[in-house]
Design a protein around this ligand. Structure first.
Ligand SMILES: Cc1cc2nc3c(=O)[nH]c(=O)nc-3n(C[C@H](O)[C@H](O)[C@H](O)COP(=O)(O)OP(=O)(O)OC[C@H]3O[C@@H](n4cnc5c(N)ncnc54)[C@H](O)[C@@H]3O)c2cc1C
Length: 496
């Protein structure tokens, strides 16, 4: 079963557009995070393997730095980098197989009734998403999307500057297997341009497409409930976050009956007015499961208000999940996301830090929040070196987030998010150094601060936070497949 990013267009040359073409801005400006911008010499709209190959080769011959883009959902400026002179955009490939996350969900469901546990936002491009591991609403039940990657087609550039396409599979006998492995969590923009993915469950040898991947859920139950900040004092905040952490510690094994529930606890700034918990359950008796979850969170404190519980078909949910969560104002937002993976719940000291940053008034950061997404379950059944997504012991993916509209608000927001994150992890140099409590950070949520020695004072390099012990292997693969370092960005893998 494959998700193809190309249209098999027979034209050898792709469309080259410069700044005077109205389509230029549409590509350069499609980034989700409006914090970054770039002005490449030109953009290539590519729609076949041949076109990608010649677009890459031309840029290399011209000595222009290139970046590939799919959905534009990078949280850092890896594509929108002022040094990038050529952007190769694979997204114009609109025929049948060009895929965002939402389009993949739809095609798999409508044609075979199956699913890959992709990420939460339908507009994310498959190109940059799957290679970063990719977790989503179904991750506790089904694992990471990268766990289902069977093969990948990539255009790479050799030492002589020649571009060519390679198909790499997970078959042990495949001489290109290392390139497949690197695409199971190594991150986008590192090895070449991904043209096509093939997916099948790790244990599936079937030839019948409907049995190659997990069956999609019959239906989904979503829920949401809120606490008014005016009802939450410091002791009840401590209790709520502690309750939540205890629930995660007790319910994150793959065989837990609660692996079928995924939740996001949104600890917004007090000025936002409320704390929100929302989630998704695929359990048949979801109502009881959700009620138990909310009861566990609110033990010893006031119960959440405004409970909403909705049952809907899987696809309806997947194509428009939690519209209020992802709604963007016209023109979009600038954001900063500082992610960490936790093996244990936050300590009371850390919950105190969170209370302080969410309630303090010296930073007027309306869009700030600490998000805690449940993790674990099936993700943690995979060996750390089986894929390039090495973090296989976590129960929570947390993030200090902030977003703003006015560029003049940037410094204030960045200062708040950076100080918050640093103080959460102050005991390990301001970052979640892999230990019995933390497991570093997730490369699909890249944060260049981790490479800044003034913000990461742990002495543990950024690449260990993202890749742990797998980094040297990724470096060897980088040296083999991208010897000229054509594909690079602020957090790209450096060859040995
Ligand atoms: C609103 C939002 C929600 C998100 N939710 C989730 C989530 O639930 N789970 C999760 O895992 N992640 C999530 N992410 C992160 C997202 O998966 C990553 O940022 C991903 O890299 C985006 O891919 P893209 O193609 O859309 O982005 P782009 O900005 O186009 O690319 C991102 C990176 O991948 C590279 N890249 C793009 N296309 C290709 C290609 N064809 N071949 C090789 N490299 C390529 C780029 O060069 C760049 O380095 C979310 C991001 C946002 C903004």
């Amino acid at each position: 079963m494959s998700t193809r990013l190309t249209t098999d267009d027979t034209e050898a040359e792709s469309i080259r557009i410069g700044p005077d073409d109205p389509r230029y801005l549409a590509v350069v400006d499609k980034r989700f995070n409006k914090r970054f911008s770039s002005s490449p010499d030109y953009v290539r709209l590519v729609s076949s393997t041949d076109q990608v190959t010649s677009a890459v080769e031309n840029a290399v011959r011209e000595g222009r730095r290139l970046a590939v883009t799919s959905g534009g959902h990078c949280l850092e400026g890896f594509v929108s980098d002022p040094e990038v002179r050529v952007i190769i955009d694979v997204s114009p490939m609109k025929r049948v197989y060009y895929a965002t996350v939402g389009e993949t969900f739809r095609a798999l469901f409508e044609m075979w009734g199956v699913v890959i546990p992709l990420g939460e936002y339908p507009e994310i491009g498959m190109g940059g998403h799957v290679v970063g591991g990719a977790f989503g609403f179904l991750c506790r039940q089904l694992g990471l999307a990268a766990d289902y990657l069977y093969a990948v087609e990539v255009v790479t550039v050799d030492a002589g500057g020649h571009a060519g396409s390679v198909v790499a599979t997970r078959e042990m006998s495949d001489p290109h297997r290392d390139l497949w492995w690197a695409h199971t969590g190594g991150g986008g923009g590192n090895f070449g341009v991904v043209i096509r993915y093939w997916f099948r469950s790790p244990d599936s040898y079937d030839n019948e497409p409907a049995r190659l991947l997990p069956r999609a859920p019959e239906s989904i139950t979503t829920f949401k409930a809120e606490w008014r900040w005016s009802d939450i004092d410091q002791p009840s905040f401590l209790r709520l976050v502690r309750n939540h952490g205890v629930w995660c510690e007790r319910n994150s094994d793959a065989d837990s009956p609660n692996a079928s529930i995924w939740t996001l606890l949104e600890l917004h700034r007090r000025q936002f007015g409320k704390i929100v918990v929302r989630g998704v359950s695929t359990a048949g008796a979801a109502e009881g499961q959700v009620a138990n979850h909310l009861a566990a969170l609110s033990e010893g404190i006031i119960a959440p208000q405004g409970r909403e519980l909705t049952r809907m078909p899987w696809l309806e949910f997947a194509l428009n999940p939690f519209p209020d969560l992802f709604a963007m104002p016209p023109g979009g937002v600038s954001t900063k996301v500082k992610d960490a993976l936790l093996k244990k719940r936050f300590t009371d000291r850390q919950i105190g830090v969170a209370y302080d940053y969410l309630t303090r008034t010296d930073h007027d950061v309306m869009g700030g929040m600490l998000g805690l997404a449940t993790y674990g379950g099936r993700i943690n059944t995979v060996a750390p070196d089986a894929t390039a997504a090495a973090q296989r012991d976590s129960i929570l993916d947390i993030a200090c987030n902030t977003g703003w509209l006015d560029p003049r608000e940037e410094i204030k927001n960045l200062t708040w998010a950076r100080a918050f994150y640093r103080d959460l992890f102050v005991e390990s140099g301001g970052v979640p150094v892999p230990s019995d409590a933390y497991d570093g950070a997730f490369i699909n949520h890249p944060d260049t601060d981790l490479a800044d020695p003034t913000l990461n004072t742990s002495g543990v390099p950024w690449y260990t936070l993202y890749y742990k012990e797998t980094y040297p292997r990724l470096q060897r693969i980088k040296a083999r497949w991208d010897p000229r370092d054509v594909f690079r960005h602020a957090l790209s893998i450096r060859a040995e």
